[in-house]
Design a protein around this ligand. Sequence first.
Ligand SMILES: [Zn+2]
Length: 386
Amino acid sequence: MLSTGGAATGSAATARSRATTRTVVARRGQTVAQVLAAAGVERRELEPAVSALASLLPPRATLPAGHELTLRQAANDDALLALTLQPQPGRTVTVTRTPSGWIAHEETAGQRRHLVLARGTIREDLLDDLRAAGLPDPLARELVQGLAHELDFQRELRPGDSFTILFERFRDPGGDLLREGRMLHAGFDLASRNLSLWRYDTEAGPDWFDDQGRSLRRAFLRTPLDGARVTSRFGMRSHPVLGYTRQHQGIDFAAPSGTPVLAAADGEVTQIGSMSGYGRVITLQHPEDRTTRYAHLSAFAPGLKVGDRVRQGELIGKVGRSGMATGNHLHFEIAEAGRQIDPSRARTRPAAVLEGEALAAFQATRQGLTVQVAHLQPMQEVAAAD
Ligand SMILES: [Zn+2]
């Protein structure tokens, strides 16, 4: 028998399935797509991989300098077969090409989920107080933003009011912190009312619900912009420009020029343009014969016109001081059947209400968390099931 020696060479099919693995390193500020392009991966190859990754890592997220990505490529034509990276310590994200398209996969090796309780009292500033109680900064910010449309910080929060927040924290088996998780519960014990909120994942995405399973999101936003301060309420007042007393038909929110103004509810643009007194103003028509009006704007959302449909929270314009205004502010009105009402008292339905099986599942989750809230000491951690 003759021996040809050396390694056997495979058939053409095996050659195609053979892959090489290499590591590429991100430069500062690069996205995954940019790292791949810099590594010579063609656009039509990298695009499906990056879109498959989007569910686990935002496509616009930039990577830290030196971050390593592992690429698997076909040996014969360099076609991209798989991509792996670690967005957080202990968390590995992989996208793989399959005959039916790209699939994304996430692995969190050896991580332990803990529940942590933060408890504190209101002193001066909600954000500072939440951080002082031990709530991680990103979660504190998320909570303040989420509550902005539900709680009137100036009128309802009083020094001495207390709060309780339950959140997740992930540690490795040795106890080292891997990353902070999500908030699961926020409770506020206020002079005027108690607010008990639970974070729950629905088919439409994560949302906050009250004890009865009603979404915190409202069919109407009472404050159609973020981070604003109420400077003039609804009712009789001395007009700052005209000097005499008359009914103030809306609410004024002071905010820097250019602050985004958001549609308070789903609706249709029925008026956009300049009107004496109001300056640049937009009027929206909503269900149940309601309209909202946003005045003194510095600009309109580009291309927005009469007849356009807008969604709640969509940017429609920017704060300014056009028309009869002494400073930058949003003048906001709500009318019902053509009659202006006090926006701070407008009845506003939850955007969603859990029912049936979804409600039963929510209540089971809520009861489990209620037990943890009742038994945990502040900043004590307890290991939890996934
Ligand atoms: Zn006003």
